[in-house]
Design a protein around this ligand. Structure first.
Ligand code: C2E
Ligand code: MG
Ligand code: MG
Ligand code: MG
Length: 276
């Protein structure tokens, strides 16, 4: 009995592995088709003033993909696969294209709002990244100030001096730079200044522990806020879910945030309705 039990466990385990890798393979092959066709869209999560007005001051564009066979696939599942398989440039271009469509639609309604897009660290290694982004903005008549590029702090570990130089060229042209998931990675504080960073986004894992007596987390967040004030970089809280968190942030002079407390990521139509 113990033997067959053992065999069953082994069978179960290898089945799990197989479905996992089969799913990854299916996602990858569908991803290549999806990039050629048009199964991607962006949803938009407003960034708000955390004080009483709760005024919308910006938005983060988040990628969504609905595959005819796989259904909705989460970015956390397909973005890493795209990066590992040389598709991150194609994905970023698709995101920039969707970003431009949204901005032009808002311009036509008289709305000028900075919108953040998440950029794969891999794309920054391409030598033509700067010229691609700048000529793209120029071609679409989008002021560079209305594009915020979010790169994760973790990706900065692999930055070379070329990468920082490229990002500095983009910020010199007016594009804004935001360091995402701040506090979880390896940012060199020197790089933050060199790249003329305009924003740090405090990772959700810290925000989740504010105002509930987690002194260590609170001290870390206070230190990030002090760093931002010292360097003149705006600090944004992500994943604000409770009134307690919002109050703690305002009391500690963090005035911009996003999260389910205010709005979930919105489909394009409802996002526009919030703005006009
Ligand atoms: P991120 O850039 O840190 O985005 C924030 C994530 O937190 C989003 O998940 C958002 O829906 C979620 N979120 C926002 N507010 C709350 C909240 O109050 N509570 C909780 N629990 N979650 C909240 P999403 O859309 O699933 O995206 C996950 C990650 O996938 C993003 O993390 C980003 O790293 C990546 N991603 C999304 N869109 C793109 C894209 O266009 N390009 C690239 N390269 N990566 C993307
Ligand atoms: Mg982000
Ligand atoms: Mg984030
Ligand atoms: Mg995050």
């Amino acid at each position: 009995a113990s033997k067959s039990g053992g065999r069953d466990r082994i069978t179960l385990c290898s089945d799990d592995l197989r479905t996992g890798s089969e799913r990854r393979l299916r996602i990858l092959s569908s991803l290549r088709t999806a990039l050629a066709e048009d199964n991607f869209r962006l949803v938009f999560q407003p960034k708000v003033d955390l004080r009483n007005s709760r005024r919308i001051v910006g938005a983060e564009a988040l990628l969504r993909w609905r595959d005819p066979h796989l259904g909705e696939v989460a970015p956390l599942e397909f973005v890493p696969l795209a990066e590992m398989n040389g598709l991150s440039n194609a994905l970023d271009l698709r995101v920039l294209k969707l970003f431009a469509e949204q901005q032009k639609s808002l311009f036509a309604k008289g709305v000028f709002l900075p919108i953040s897009v998440n950029i794969s660290a891999r794309s920054l290694h391409a030598a033509n990244f700067v010229s691609t982004v700048l000529s793209f903005l120029d071609f679409n008549n989008i002021p560079p100030e209305l594009l915020i590029l979010e790169i994760t702090e973790t990706s900065m570990l692999r930055f070379s001096s070329d990468t920082t130089e490229r990002l500095a060229q983009l910020t010199a042209a007016g594009v804004r730079l935001s360091i995402d998931d701040f506090g979880t990675g390896y940012a060199s504080l020197l790089y933050l200044e060199k790249m003329n960073t305009s924003e740090l986004k405090i990772d959700r894992s810290f925000v989740a522990k504010l105002g509930i007596g987690e002194m260590q987390t609170e001290r870390i967040v206070q230190a990030i806020l002090a760093l931002g004030r010292g360097l003149g970089i705006e600090v944004v809280a992500e994943g604000v879910e409770t009134e307690t968190q919002r109050e703690w942030l305002v009391k500690n002079e963090c005035t911009v945030g996003q999260g389910f407390l205010f709005k979930r990521p919105q489909e394009r139509e409802s996002f526009e309705r919030l703005l006009i």
